[in-house]
Design a protein around this ligand. Structure first.
Ligand code: GDP
Ligand code: IMO
Ligand code: MG
Length: 430
C-alpha cells in the first residue's frame, strides 16, 4: 500500500497526464489538488488522444475513482464540457466515479474577463497566462470573497455571494480595465443551470480519502503545472497562482503529510516553458526549433508554441529539494534520438560567480547564463525499446548521469506518447 504524489519538476507539460494514466493501474483513487483548466494533460490510448484540463488523468480506467480536491479552481462550463466529451467516448459511464469537494473555488465569468483584460493591457507586465481566470480566482480565495462549489448548489447563498462581490468586480472591470460590466442576473441564470447538472459530484474529498487510506487503498495525487511555476518556489512573478509542489497535495486535498509515501517528479529529457519569464537554458536558435518540431511542443491548452531548451540540472535540483522527490520519471527521451551530442546545464554563471543552487532573486536569475556539459547522443530510434537494459549505451549513460547529478533514481523512462512506450524501472506503489 502506498500513496504517491506525481508533480511536474519543470515549467509544466512534462508528461504528467501520460505518467498518471500509466500509474493509475496501481491506484484506487486519483486526486487533483491544485490548478484548474490552465492545465492540459494529454493521454494517448491506442490511437486515441484525450486532453484533460480538470478531470484527473485516471478517468480512462474503469472503476478508478477520480476526485477533485479543495485546492482546485473549477470553471463549471469547462468541467461539464469535459464530462460530456468523456461520456460520448464511452468513459465515465458511472457518475460516482467522479467527486468534487464542496470547498473548490469557482472560476466566475469576471475572473476570466479580468485575466484576459490584464494580459491585453500593454502597460502591465505580461505573464503570458492561459487566460482561464486562474489568478483572479485564487486572489478571491485568499481575499475571502470567493464563491465555492457548495455555494453554487444553494441558490440563495450563491445569489447573496454574487451580489456582494459583483459590484466591486464591475467597478474594477469598467473603471480600471475599460471593459463592459457583467450582469448579475445573467451570471446567476447561467450558473444555476450548471448547478443541477453538477450536484451529483459533490463530496467531501478529505473524508473520502481518509476512508480510502483506512481501507488500505492506494492514492495517486496528480499535480498540474510544475515546480518552477509554484506561487512560492517558482520564478515569481512568472508563475501560476497555486502550490504546484508536493506540499500542495496535502493542503489541496485535506490529507496529512504523514500519509504520503513517495513523490515522483516528472522531467522531460530537455526543458520547455510557455508564457513569459526567465529560462536560462532556452535555445533561441535552430536547435530550439528542432526540439519544438521533434517534440511537437505546442500547448495542449492554448496551442501556443513552447519555448525549448537544454535540460537544466540546477532547476531540477531545486525541484528535488522543494518536493522531497523520491524518484524521477524521465519523459520524451525519444525527442533527442537524432542528436549527435546533447548539452546539459549543470551550473549557472552569474557575473564572475559559479552558481550551483537556483537563485531565488529573479533579477539574478535573469542574468544567469548556463554552464553546459556535453554528452554523447545515441543517434537511433529508441521508441520501440521495452527494457531499460536494451537502450543504446549512450541513452543509458544519459539516464545514469541525470541520477548522479540529481541524487534521485529515475524510476520511469518514457520514449513516446503511448502507454506501451514506457519503461518502468521500479514501482513506487510496491
Ligand atoms: P502534461 O501537461 O504534463 O500532462 O503534458 P502535456 O500533455 O501538456 O504535454 C506532453 C506532450 O508530450 C503530450 O502531447 C504527450 O502526449 C507527449 N508525450 C508524453 N510523453 C512522451 C514521450 O516520452 N515522448 C514523446 N515523443 N511524447 C510524449
Ligand atoms: P500543465 O498542467 C505549462 C503557465 C502559463 C503562464 C503561467 C501563469 O499542462 O503542465 P495561469 O493561466 O496559470 O495564470 O498562467 O503559468 N502555465 C502552464 N504552463 N503547463 C501548464 O499546465 C500551465 N498552466 C499554466 O503559460 O506562464
Ligand atoms: Mg500540459
Amino acid at each position: 500500500m502506498a500513496n504517491v504524489v506525481i508533480i511536474g519538476a519543470q515549467w509544466g507539460d512534462e508528461g504528467k497526464g501520460k505518467v498518471v494514466d500509466i500509474y493509475t493501474e496501481h491506484a484506487d483513487e486519483v486526486v487533483r489538488f491544485q490548478g484548474g483548466n490552465n492545465a492540459g494533460h494529454t493521454l494517448v490510448v491506442g490511437n486515441e488522444k484525450t486532453v484533460l484540463h480538470l478531470i484527473p488523468s485516471g478517468i480512462l480506467h474503469k472503476g478508478k475513482r477520480c476526485v477533485i480536491g479543495n485546492g482546485v479552481v473549477l470553471d463549471p462550463r469547462i468541467f461539464l464540457e469535459e464530462i460530456e466529451g468523456l461520456k460520448s467516448k464511452g468513459y465515465l459511464q458511472d457518475d460516482s466515479q467522479l467527486m468534487v469537494d464542496g470547498a473548490v473555488h469557482l472560476i466566475m465569468p469576471y475572473h476570466v474577463a479580468i485575466d484576459k483584460a490584464r494580459e491585453n493591457r500593454t502597460s502591465d507586465r505580461k505573464i503570458g497566462t492561459t487566460g482561464r481566470g486562474i489568478g483572479p480566482t485564487y486572489e478571491d480565495k485568499v481575499g475571502r470573497r470567493g464563491i465555492r462549489f457548495a455555494d453554487l448548489l444553494k441558490p440563495e447563498t450563491f445569489r447573496r455571494r454574487l451580489n456582494e462581490v459583483l459590484p466591486e468586480k464591475n467597478f474594477y472591470l469598467e473603471k480600471y480595465l475599460g471593459q463592459a460590466p457583467l450582469d448579475a442576473d445573467e451570471i446567476f441564470a447561467e450558473y444555476q443551470g450548471y448547478a443541477e447538472q453538477l450536484r451529483c459530484y459533490l463530496g467531501n474529498v478529505s473524508t473520502e480519502l481518509d476512508a480510502a487510506i483506512k481501507a488500505d487503498k492506494n492514492l495517486l495525487f496528480e499535480g498540474a503545472q510544475g515546480s518552477m511555476l509554484d506561487i512560492d518556489h517558482g520564478t515569481y512573478p512568472y508563475v501560476t497562482s497555486s502550490s504546484t509542489i508536493s506540499g500542495g497535495a496535502c493542503t489541496g486535498s485535506g490529507v496529512g503529510p504523514t500519509r504520503l509515501d513517495q513523490v515522483i517528479g516528472i522531467t522531460k529529457a530537455y526543458v520547455t516553458r510557455v508564457g513569459e519569464g526567465p529560462f536560462p537554458t532556452e535555445l533561441l536558435d535552430e536547435m530550439g526549433e528542432q526540439l519544438r518540431a521533434a517534440g511537437h511542443e505546442f500547448g495542449a491548452t492554448t496551442g501556443r508554441p513552447r519555448r525549448c531548451g537544454w535540460l537544466d540540472i540546477v532547476a531540477l535540483r531545486e525541484a528535488v529539494r522543494v518536493n522531497g522527490l523520491t524518484g524521477l520519471a524521465l519523459t520524451k527521451m525519444d525527442v533527442l534520438n537524432d542528436l549527435e551530442t546533447i548539452q546539459v546545464c549543470t551550473a549557472y554563471k552569474y557575473q564572475d560567480q559559479l552558481l550551483e543552487d537556483f537563485p531565488s532573486d529573479l533579477e539574478v536569475l535573469e542574468q544567469c547564463t548556463p554552464v553546459l556539459e556535453e554528452v554523447a547522443g545515441w543517434q537511433q530510434s529508441i521508441n520501440e525499446v521495452k527494457d531499460f537494459d536494451q537502450l543504446p549505451q549512450a541513452a543509458i549513460d544519459y539516464v545514469k548521469q541525470i541520477e548522479a547529478w540529481t541524487g534521485v533514481p529515475v524510476v520511469l523512462v518514457s520514449v513516446g506518447p503511448r502507454r506501451d512506450e514506457t519503461m518502468l524501472r521500479s514501482n513506487p506503489f510496491a
